[in-house]
Design a protein around this ligand. Structure first.
Ligand code: HEC
Ligand code: HEC
Length: 291
């Protein structure tokens, strides 16, 4: 009998290897999820910025950044970098928008940057180690969950590349040379916002809304954010008759409202967010087209 059905001779466990392996894996996964949930619910995971990441977390974040850059940044075409006017524009951008967090040769970051977790470090080494396309991508897109802002909506492409051109000479500068260059530069050469900036037609409205922090005060369909009611919820906007109780709800009026709320209602608590004209149009069209 055993010869005709050799499998019957093997123990039950061996005959159902796959079944037991799957069961074991399932128990491990469920156990892991339950343990994770228990740790999360206990409040043991601190959100304090005074507590450092573990070495493992730090390593994972750093590797994650490099892997993401490899796939997202490395194909970006790099324009010619390094002429004197471009470097000077970049220096103005750097001193106006980056030095407060990353410091400059012989100059520390602002106090508020020192309280950040992770703290933004000197870019001298990164500027030497990273190819321009990666510096550009990180500056343009920011780094999630670190406090590194995306500059895509604040700096034009020319200003971004100029900043990268400047970063490449940053490691060679000492304190005196940096300050001499800053003193020589035309102030406001890197002023933002640029009201007349143009965006690719494919720019997603939810990105625009988030880049102006609208979801910090309004609940907006399709934009994840806090459950705030500082400003009125903007859902089903199309059905509204008036904007802020004073203006007929047309696209043109909505654009004007977003560009300069106080011009229409001096007492309004809705701030002037330095919205570019094209972005106001993208947001207005989006709000009015929601079902
Ligand atoms: C509000 C503070 C802040 C400002 C302003 C800021 N950064 Fe950052 N930046 C950060 C933080 C935080 C990190 C992440 C640090 C980390 O991961 O260790 C970072 C990381 C970076 C990195 C990657 C560095 C690395 O080695 O991983 C680059 C490049 C960079 N910033 C460029 C810039 C440039 C260029 C500007 C100006 C246009 C700028 N940053 C403005 C906070 C800031
Ligand atoms: C700091 C908080 C804050 C931010 C940020 C903010 N708003 Fe407002 N918003 C308000 C407040 C408060 C009002 C009510 C103002 C009033 O009625 O005078 C308002 C009113 C509005 C209205 C008219 C609402 C109504 O019920 O009539 C619209 C539309 C609007 N905001 C859109 C936006 C968009 C789009 C953004 C991003 C570009 C934005 N808001 C950013 C606070 C904010």
């Amino acid at each position: 009998l055993d010869q005709t059905h050799p499998s019957r001779a093997r123990p039950f466990l061996l005959r159902h290897k796959l079944l037991f392996a799957s069961l074991g894996a399932g128990v491990l996964v469920v156990g892991g999820v339950l343990l994770g949930a228990a740790i999360f619910l206990s409040g043991a995971l601190t959100t304090a910025a005074t507590q450092q990441h573990s070495a493992l977390t730090h390593w994972i974040l750093e590797r994650g950044l490099l892997l993401s850059l490899r796939s997202d940044a490395d194909g970006i075409p790099v324009p010619p970098l390094g002429d004197a006017a471009q470097i000077s524009r970049g220096l103005e951008c750097y001193s106006a928008h980056c030095a407060q967090c990353h410091g400059a040769p012989g100059i520390g970051p602002d106090h508020k940057a020192l309280g950040m977790m992770p703290a933004p470090g000197s870019l001298s080494q990164t500027a030497r180690d990273w190819p321009p396309a990666r510096l550009y991508y990180v500056t343009r897109k920011g780094i999630r969950m670190t406090g590194m802002p995306a500059w895509e909506f604040r700096l034009t492409d020319d200003q971004l590349w100029s900043t990268i051109a400047f970063l490449r000479i940053l490691p060679e500068l000492d304190r005196a040379a940096y300050q001499e260059l800053v003193a020589a530069v035309e102030p406001h050469a890197c002023a933002t916002p640029d009201r007349d900036v143009s965006r690719p037609a494919a720019t997603k409205p939810d990105v625009v809304l988030r880049q102006y922090g609208c979801h910090g005060c309004h609940q907006i369909d399709g934009v994840v954010g806090p459950r705030t009611e500082v400003g009125p919820p903007l859902s089903r906007w199309r059905t509204r008759k008036l904007i802020a109780g004073i203006l007929p709800n047309t696209e043109a009026n909505l654009v004007q409202w977003l560009l300069d709320p106080q011009a229409l209602d001096p007492d309004s608590l809705m701030p002037d967010l330095g919205v570019a004209t094209m972005d106001a149009q993208i947001m207005a069209r989006h709000l009015l087209s929601q079902p």
